[in-house]
Design a protein around this ligand. Structure first.
Ligand SMILES: *Cc1c(COP(=O)(O)O)cnc(C)c1O
Length: 367
């Protein structure tokens, strides 16, 4: 009979050292634990408006068909995305969330002895993706909470296989200007895959921002990832995708599971993509909520990291302790001590009443 430790030693070295991703606490779990109702969750950067009604209708209709396998080639969704993004549909790789795509990229290009570069305060999935394939994680220091692209380019060695960059970054909400990315891509050797994770692209309106899709033709080693989980409001269905050179997509397609996006998710994503009015409203509600929260924090003299996403890192002192106290007020936010940001908590922007609940609970706790 194996002991726990012996069972652990059966796993690959990478998996033995792996710490699993810590997701936001589900509302039902908190309500069950505390015996309360009406908890608010502002912990996973979800869309507070829910899904687009058109996506919901498409999902309901698709339910009648779930005895069938989904279209493993995601033909219709890829066509709709190709049209919207002005790329070829062969350049798109569908994912069970963009998380799935990030892991597929790591598995496709890196293994034991290889290096994967990402930034301090970079998205928590990157170290997991690197570790799971047995690659060495190379973490470059941030500047003012943001990616230091010069340090990242300088960290490239002959063993570097993949560089993960989130623009904008979660959890810090910092972002990179077009000219910075352009200069970075020019410096990185074309044998290194550069992943620009644009999970929050839809929220961006800064004049100096540009989606990395702009450089795909020039840099075949570039992969752009996007998701339906945030502004499109489909986090629970798990749909994301990569856009890349079509030969790179061909490689990713060999590694991904053949039916990695389910039938309901495919239908909903296609409908969500067409619902531009919903997307505009989601972006607008987010901008209003961000302004609301920042204004009140400014008035109270509470520090935060300015963010362009649908979330904000607020400096609260002892993050983990304040997180626990907020839970007891029925408000779920996200601790970020796992990122080395123990003085901060990340709050997702909600609708106005949810933001008020958070602010009131926070001031109560901090008082
Ligand atoms: C939320 C998020 C993702 C992925 O979410 P999925 O639900 O897996 O599509 C990817 N990157 C960043 C930076 C994120 O914050």
């Amino acid at each position: 009979m194996n002991t726990n430790q012996q069972l652990v030693e059966l796993a690959t070295p990478g998996v033995q050292g792996l710490k699993p991703y810590a997701p936001g606490k589900p509302v039902e779990e908190l309500e069950r634990e505390l015996g309360i109702e009406n908890a608010v969750k502002l912990a996973s950067n979800e869309n507070p408006l829910g899904p687009s009604p058109l996506a919901l209708a498409a999902a309901r209709e698709a339910m009648g068909n779930i005895a069938r396998y989904p279209d493993g080639n995601a033909f219709r969704l890829k066509l709709a995305l190709a049209d919207k993004l002005s790329v070829d549909s062969e350049q798109i790789t569908p994912g069970n969330g963009s998380n799935d795509v990030l892991e597929v990229i790591a598995r496709t290009f890196a293994g034991p002895g290889d290096e994967i570069i990402f930034s301090e305060y970079g998205f928590a999935v990157y170290p997991i993706a690197a570790q799971a394939v047995g690659a060495r994680a190379v973490v470059t220091p941030a500047i003012n909470w943001a990616h230091d692209l010069e340090a990242m380019a300088a960290a490239v060695t002959e063993n570097t296989k993949v560089i993960f960059i989130a623009n904008p970054n979660n959890p810090t909400g910092t972002w990179l200007k077009a000219e910075e990315i352009e200069a970075f891509l020019a410096k990185v050797p074309d044998r290194v895959m550069v992943v620009l994770d644009e999970a929050y692209h839809e929220y961006m309106n800064q004049p100096d921002y540009r989606s990395a899709l702009a450089w795909l033709d020039e840099h075949p080693n570039l992969i752009v990832t996007r998701t339906f989980s945030k502004a499109y409001g489909l986090a629970g269905l798990r749909v994301g995708y990569a856009v890349s050179h079509k030969q790179v997509a061909n490689l990713l397609n060999r590694v991904r599971q053949p039916f990695n996006v389910n039938l309901v998710a495919l239908a909903a994503a296609e409908a969500a993509l067409a619902d531009e009015a919903f997307l505009r409203r989601a972006v607008e509600v987010n901008a209003q909520g961000m302004a609301q929260i920042c204004q009140v924090l400014d008035d109270r003299g509470i520090d935060y990291i300015p963010s362009v996403g649908n979330f904000l890192c607020v400096r609260v002192g002892e993050g983990d302790a304040v997180y626990q106290k907020l839970l007891h007020q029925g408000v779920i936010v996200r601790p970020v001590s796992n990122y080395g940001m123990s003085e901060y908590l990340r709050v997702s922007i909600g609708v106005a009443e949810e933001n008020d609940r958070f602010l009131e609970a926070l001031f109560g706790v901090l008082a």
